[in-house]
Design a binder for this molecule. Structure first.
Ligand SMILES: C[S@@+](CC[C@H](N)C(=O)[O-])C[C@H]1O[C@@H](n2cnc3c(N)ncnc32)[C@H](O)[C@@H]1O
Length: 287
């Protein structure tokens, strides 16, 4: 069987399985391509000339097994392959962490231009780091920076440590277990966070795929703002004079804007899609 035929077959099964695509994959075809690449270990992304390559029967059988688990249990693909990509880097993922998919990746890769000064931030704190994906992307994007990454979940920090070690970034990122800024010292030029922001009631009606992720990583009280509001409340004490807050709040954006009408939130439009990411400068947060 050719690689492109395997992709067609997998896409058809995923479509028939009526699974939900919301963990970094936009469609059955995109996910089928990722799965075919995974079993072939081909790294063939978008290389059309290689789509005619032959796939071994064992690779096809493995892909079909994974597709079966994907559709029968509604498990996100990344939990089955135990890997995903974020900001161009590969991350190990398992059920201890939510699957990296934050649109913050685009802003990090763009160096937060024109929001951050040339030369990049000197000190960065990634709150709610989970798999460590945002901290790693920042350490890579801003080579001169010192990065602190915190999470309240010790289990997720084990995953973050594993990822940072494999990426050779462990020496650049200090991991801390704790509640948001707990234990953080000094001021930061960039406070970045993808916190939980799903309202409790909305969580109950999410597609089954999301139930496989740690609930702690998703829900944030009745309005989804329990964590984001605390971050904005505490940020002035930790933000350097010309610093920037970059916070993802997804569908809770409207509720957050309504709860803090005095703050001039800027919601960048993102080329790769995704909504509900806000930027605030230190001067915007000051009274
Ligand atoms: C939406 S996930 C984001 C993970 C990662 N930053 C990403 O973008 O994929 C939210 C993370 O917040 C952590 N978390 C929840 N409440 C927290 C708190 N009070 N303090 C620190 N981390 C918290 C969870 O353990 C989870 O890892």
């Amino acid at each position: 069987m050719r690689f492109c035929d395997l992709v067609d077959e997998l896409a058809a099964r995923l479509t028939a399985g009526r699974v939900h695509f919301g963990h970094g994959m936009g469609s059955a075809r995109e996910e089928a391509l990722a799965l075919a690449n995974f079993v072939c270990r081909s790294g063939l992304w978008q290389r059309r000339s290689l789509l005619g390559r032959q796939v071994s029967p064992s690779a096809r059988a493995r892909a079909l097994r994974i597709a079966f688990l994907r559709t029968s249990r509604c498990l996100p693909l990344a939990y089955l392959t135990r890997e995903t990509w974020f900001a161009g880097m590969r991350f190990h993922v398992d059920k201890r962490v939510c699957i990296p998919r934050s649109p913050l990746a685009e802003l990090i890769e763009d160096g937060f231009e024109p929001w951050l000064q040339a030369g990049g931030p000197r000190r960065v704190i990634d709150l709610c780091t989970g798999s460590g994906c945002i901290a790693a992307a920042c350490a890579f994007a801003f080579p001169g920076s010192e990065v602190v990454a915190t999470d309240i979940s010790a289990a997720s920090l084990c995953v973050a440590e594993r990822n940072l070690r494999r990426l050779g970034l462990l020496g650049r990122v200090e991991l801390r277990e704790g509640d948001l800024f707990a234990g953080a010292r000094g001021k930061f030029d960039l406070i970045i966070c993808n916190p939980p922001y799903v309202p409790t009631a909305a969580y109950r009606s999410l597609p089954r795929e999301y139930r496989h992720e740690p609930r702690l990583a998703l829900t944030a009280g009745a309005d989804g703002l329990a964590i984001a509001s605390r971050i904005l409340g505490d940020a002035p004490g930790y933000l350097a004079g010309n610093g920037l807050v970059a916070l993802e709040v997804g569908e809770a954006a409207g509720a957050l804007a309504a709860s803090r009408p005095e703050l001039p939130f800027f919601w960048p439009s993102l080329e790769r899609g995704g909504e509900g990411v806000l930027l605030l400068r230190a001067e915007d947060l000051a009274d």
